[in-house]
Each structure stands twice: as C-alpha cells, then as structure tokens.
Design a protein around this ligand. Structure first.
Ligand SMILES: [Zn+2]
Ligand SMILES: [Zn+2]
Length: 168
C-alpha cells in the first residue's frame, strides 16, 4: 500500500513540475526571451492557437529536450548515489510529459492506444476535456498536463495568481 502512495506522490509531483514550467512559459517568457523564445515560447504560442498542429510531430521531435532533462536527472541521481525507482518514475513521466499532453489532444479514443484511453478514462492520465480547459481564454488555469488531479486543487487555491503576486 505504501508503495502505491509513494508512486502516486511521485506522479503528482512530476505533474506539478510540468505545471510550474508551463506557467513560467505562459506568464513570463516571450518570443524575445533569449534562447527559450525560439525554442519553447514560439511553439507554445502556436500550440495555444492550434492545439492539433503538434500532433504531426514525432515523439522525438516533441520530446528530445525532455529526454535530455530526464537523462540529466537520472545521471545526477546516479552520481549522487541516490538513484531509486522513484527517481526513475519521475524522470520517465517528465520525459513523456509532452507525449501525455499530445494524447490529451487526440479527441477520438480510436486514434490512440487503447491503454492510454483507458488510463485517461480513469483520470490517471489527463483527459481531453480536462486539458481543454487550459485552451480556453484567458488560458491561465489548468497548467499541469499529466493528470486531472493537481489542477483543480491549485486553481481552487489560486496558487498561480499567488505566485504571480510573489514574482510580480
Ligand atoms: Zn499554456
Ligand atoms: Zn495543449
């Protein structure tokens, strides 16, 4: 039982991290931001306009940067002698965060692997309807893209608006 609770905590923490990065992209970075502007912000803005466009990209095209980030986490943990299954799980979710996001954009269950549709119906992976709430104007809620669980809590607590007050 304890191991399941631990796994859930890791998944929710990884989900929170995706939201935190996404919130920074949407709130503070612009196409003029050095390096990040062209690499992350422009595709992000295009994605807000047309949610289906990025489905044309392969897994690697969408996830190469997350793959590097995940591998860095794994190597850092290995060097620090603290590589555990929890770190592996966290890294695997981060590496696939954009893929999970892509699955949420595939509206027809027939067009995605059956297991993914099943996990979405269980809300273990984020559902299409849930992610759609971020794509509605003014696009300032539901930043987390992995599950359906963290967003309602953070949005109810006005967590992102609070962070914006702190950071200005
Ligand atoms: Zn966004
Ligand atoms: Zn999206």
């Amino acid at each position: 039982m304890f191991i399941i609770l631990k796994a859930i905590s890791v998944i929710l923490f990884a989900d929170f991290i995706t939201g935190l990065i996404h919130w920074m992209e949407d709130s503070y970075w612009s196409p003029e931001t050095p390096i990040l502007g062209k690499w992350i912000v422009e595709p992000n803005l295009a994605h807000h306009k047309n949610g289906q466009e990025f489905l044309k990209k392969s897994w690697l095209e969408s996830s190469w940067d997350l793959l590097i980030a995940g591998l860095l986490i794994i190597f850092a943990a290995y060097w620090a002698n603290c590589l555990s299954w929890e770190i592996w799980l966290f890294a695997v979710i981060i590496i696939n965060a954009n893929q999970i996001h892509k699955w949420a954009h595939i509206t027809r269950y027939e067009n995605k692997p059956q297991i993914i549709g099943f996990l979405q119906k269980l809300y273990i992976l984020q559902s299409t309807e849930h992610h759609g709430k971020h794509h509605r104007k003014p696009n300032n809620s539901h930043y987390c893209t992995v599950t359906n669980w963290i967003n309602p809590i953070l949005d109810k607590l006005h967590f992102w608006r609070g962070l914006e007050k702190v950071f200005g």
